[in-house]
Design a binder for this molecule. Structure first.
Ligand code: GCW
Length: 696
């Protein structure tokens, strides 16, 4: 698997600039290692350096414990560094390095260039071998970007504690909402024995700081229910071993009814003694196979999955029985808040799916054991193109919380359309909940800094599969990359992440980087403009979620209505006349959303049902906005293809063609979206387009 498609952002392309080549060669020619943490993770870090040196510089690095010349990279942990600094005696930077090392977290690292007498070297110190690994990937990024290392002075620590990936992979090899081929983990009902690709995935994830992964779908089917049994644990342990080398701990999604389905019990009631014992024994067995097992991820009482409701118990009872079993081993339960009534009747205007997570979980604050984390989807519905942030963030002050994003593009073009999601995620992270006064952004709730939480973090549903390029659309690799970089440090800008990804992936030609970044940065707004006007989501083909079907969900029971009729469109979620959802936010936001005047245009129809003639802040009417954005969006989708075509000959043919084909499809499909949506609303409203364009 040597193709550029496969190598994603770990291309380690040849360094061409002669001056940089000389400097980097001198440095990487000798890797001086510390002695403190010689474990698998450290080995992986050294192996990565060696691999990169070979392909970037054609170099075989010498790994030694003492320098062999005057230029080298010295890598080790804080303990090693203290010894080195002691031996080296005081030099100019030693005091400030010691200062940097103070309190360095286990996953943090310090990178310094040091000039000392005749020596000039790079010091890379990790808070542990994991920190070293992250530091190595950082150093390699700098080199790949051609950054001058002189005066290098970096200290980094991840902002979020849990930085997680959720695979929705099934044992039969399929992937729920997967758009990049079959699973890399499973084949024909079995856990794969081919670990090479899993190892490369682990490298990709570690390179952007991911430290945990749940390897099976939250909808846990028959075979996967047995992953926690002695029969299949050795297979799971094999996979855990691969991730362990890259500092990633393994979690399993579990079936709440497992005590019955595999344990032969007659109940899965969380308060039943036999059930409690079963979970304890089962968990003990798991830890015998996988001593650093992360814990369980659970989807319960959601979309027909079993859960504690069957026994008249609540989510806290359900989560706590698992937490109790994991506690002695230091494991955690990640309990999803994606719980709602999926059998709604359209006549019932008071039930609102958007309210569900808050209504179910808020009353349970303080009832969960402290090794339970609630995993909350970014928005109240389901990964739509545009939704407000979930009102649950910051409301449960005594409960560990984490955020769930979706990297796989279920509702955002399924990796056939380009849709760079980092800007969307940033909006969520930057949303001010006001939970603890102004400045209580979602990012500060989920990083645990506002209400101190024992566990906190961010998870996201992966977008990879067996396709040669991992993600179906090559440009969708930017979403996986961007996710990791963003949650490592939510202050990173979307533009910087896009640029970094483009440089690592396609090289340092500024024209290529500029065009790729331009495409990425425009892509979410463009996708939104031809699919989801003013936050009306769900106008997609039911079940598949690709392509327009405006009334597909309007006439089903999933509770995802837009209520378009001849007079208007949107869902009244106000307290005054609607479902009351707006009032779930803290007062400042509740007031903003409640009023049509202050509700931002882009979320207007999520909160209000309005006539087509309603005038937006932009001065346009709702109906004219729909027409205009759809005409513009389809045109802009065409422009993406045009922009990319300028890269012919500048990007290797494989990737050039792959992206070209997808952009062609997108342009054509955007046109289709435009016509279907415009025709529908023209016929519903009877209002003609002010610009007189063709609407069928
Ligand atoms: O939106 C729904 C998806 C389901 C998914 C579910 C969830 C894994 O369409 O495919 O199931 O969300 O998040 O649990």
């Amino acid at each position: 698997m040597e193709s550029t498609l496969y190598k994603a952002w770990l291309q380690y392309s040849e360094v061409k600039n002669p001056a940089s080549r000389v400097t980097y060669t001198k440095l990487l020619g000798n890797v001086v290692v510390g002695v403190e943490a010689t474990d698998d993770v450290m080995d992986a870090a050294i192996e990565e350096l060696a691999l990169a040196s070979a392909t970037m510089l054609g170099l075989t690095s010498q790994v030694t414990t003492e320098p062999t010349g005057a230029s080298y990279v010295r890598i080790g942990t804080v303990t090693d560094a203290m010894d080195w600094l002691e031996l080296a005696g005081d030099h100019e930077s030693s005091a400030s390095i010691k200062q940097d090392l103070k309190g360095l977290s286990t996953e943090g690292f310090v990178l310094r260039q040091i000039v000392e007498k005749q020596d000039s070297y790079v010091l890379l110190i990790g808070g542990s071998s994991k920190g070293v690994l992250y530091g190595v990937f950082h150093l390699l990024r700098l080199i790949a970007k051609g950054v001058e290392l002189e005066g290098l002075e970096i200290r980094e620590e991840p902002t979020n504690q849990l930085r997680m990936i959720n695979q929705w992979d099934n044992a039969d090899g399929s992937i729920e909402r997967g758009y990049a081929g079959t699973s890399i983990f499973y084949h024909n009902g079995e856990i794969t024995e081919h670990l090479a690709r899993i190892k490369d995935y682990a490298r990709m994830l570690a390179s952007v700081g991911i430290n945990s992964i749940a390897i099976n779908n939250v909808n846990v089917h028959e075979v996967e229910t047995r992953f926690i049994t002695p029969e299949l644990l050795p297979d799971v342990a094999r996979v855990a071993g691969v991730f362990r080398e890259y500092g990633i701990s393994l979690f399993l999604s579990v079936n709440f009814a497992a005590p019955m389905q595999v344990g032969g019990l007659t109940t899965a009631d969380p308060l039943d003694e036999g059930v409690r014992l079963w979970w304890r024994n089962t968990t003990d067995t798991i830890y015998r196979s996988i001593p650093d097992f992360g814990g369980f991820l659970v989807k319960a009482d959601s979309e027909h999955r079993p859960g504690p409701f069957t026994y008249d118990r609540d989510h806290a009872d359900g989560a706590n029985v698992l937490a109790e079993a994991l506690e002695p081993h230091g494991g955690i339960v990640i309990w999803r808040c994606f719980v709602y009534n999926c059998m709604q009747d359209w006549r019932d205007r008071s039930t609102d799916r958007a309210r569900a997570a808050y209504d179910h979980f808020k009353p349970l604050d303080g009832k969960f054991k402290d090794n339970v984390l609630l995993q909350i989807k970014n928005g109240p519905m389901d990964f739509q193109v545009r939704e407000p942030a979930s009102p649950l963030f910051g409301t449960m002050k005594q409960t560990n919380q984490m955020l769930e994003f979706q990297i796989t593009q279920e509702y955002t073009g399924q990796q056939r359309h380009v849709c760079y999601l980092v800007p969307q995620w940033k909006e969520v992270l930057d949303f001010d909940t006001h939970a603890n006064g102004q400045g209580t952004e979602v990012k500060r709730v989920v990083d645990g800094s506002v209400f101190s939480m024992k566990y906190s973090g961010i998870a996201a549903v992966s977008n990879i599969g067996n396709d040669e390029n991992w993600t179906g659309h090559t440009l969708a690799q930017a979403n996986l990359y961007g996710y990791g970089r963003l949650i490592w440090n939510p202050e990173c800008s979307s533009e910087d992440i896009a640029e970094e990804w483009a440089r690592l992936t396609f090289g340092n030609d500024d024209q290529v980087v500029g065009i790729v970044c331009g495409i990425l940065m425009k892509s979410w707004p463009i996708y939104e403009s031809y699919t989801a006007p003013l936050s009306v989501g769900w106008m997609v083909t039911p079940h598949y979620h690709y392509g327009p079907d405006i009334d597909g969900y309007e006439y089903s029971r999933w509770g995802t209505y837009h209520f378009a009729d001849r007079d208007g469109i949107g869902v009244d979620r106000t307290l005054a006349t609607g479902t009351g959802y707006a009032a779930q936010y803290f007062p400042e936001n509740a007031a903003m959303y409640e009023s049509i005047e202050s509700c931002p245009d882009e979320l207007l129809l999520f909160f209000h049902h309005l006539p087509y003639s309603h005038q937006l802040d932009s001065g346009k009417t709702v109906i004219q906005h729909i027409y205009d954005t759809h005409f513009a969006g389809a045109e802009e989708a065409k422009q993406l293809q045009k922009a990319w075509s300028e890269l012919e000959g500048k990007v290797d043919a494989e990737r050039y063609t792959q992206v070209s084909e997808r952009l062609d499809e997108q342009a054509e499909h955007a046109h289709h979206w435009r016509d279907v949506i415009n025709t529908y609303f023209y016929r519903k409203s009877g209002v003609s387009d002010a610009a007189g364009r063709t609407i069928y």
